[in-house]
Design a protein. Sequence first.
Length: 323
Amino acid sequence: MNKKVAWLVVLLLLLASTFTHAQQPKKIPRIGYLGLIEIPERDEAFRKGLGERDYVEGQNIHVEYRFAGGRVERLAELAPELVRLKVDVIITTGTQVTDAAKRATKTIPIVFAAVVDPVGSGFVTSLSRPGGNLTGFNTLNLESLGKRLELLKEVKPRISRVAVLQNPANSSSPLMLKETEAAAKRLGIRLQSLEIRSPDDLVGAFQAATREQAGALVGLPDILLASQQRRMRDFAIKNRLLEISWSSEWVEAGSLMSYGANIPDLYRRAASYVDKILKGAKPADLPVETPMKFEFVINLKTAKQIGLTIPQSVLFRADKVYK
């Protein structure tokens, strides 16, 4: 074979190789999205965050959604399922969900959209240097727990009994309950702690709150309680109780008041960490972010339903008022 023919063969092989590579479809990143329940406002906020970074589901990114239908035990099945699918990153929604994902993999990056106490729960070594395969967004602000009771007291100074719903299976509950109890003692409020391990426990908890003549209902931040927010709202309105939650989305849906971080916005921002990880960043090097702003929201229509007049001094401080 002369040199000209040899060079021609090499050239043809190079062209064939280039053509073959050009024909191979580009790998589309796959995200695992794990939740205890579906919360449309939060799920949509995450999708909005992806869109802000030019990700379009079905085109240049694929999302595998897995929801446990409110059954915590199912998380132990769904988390390993996402691992078997070899997703590139897993989004988790809440402490128990994050714990299930952490148990399922030590290598796939995990971004938690909203966890109360990621250090105390053992998910990260520190907020500034997570140190493992997890990072995300922290919602812990101990002052906000006491602030909710303070707002109840301002709205109704004579309130003396408050029923607190908490999920003991949430590793952050003891810390949150302790802080709430300290605030209650300072304000002269008697707390009635009611454990909610499953949606079925709500009926008994409501009956207990009625027996003790609670004047208000407070839920400690938890994804299980988030799934039952409508029942909590309806019970409070029916029994003319004050209710204050940790997320403004509930007030828009009819709850009386809320004070806390903008949870849907944390889900939107979680997409930015997904983007960074897909571009090569390591969870260990991405600091856990903490909300900078806490919102106070009031629903005046609900206040009217329960015969409550919100003082003007309180209304003036609200970030948003639904009429």
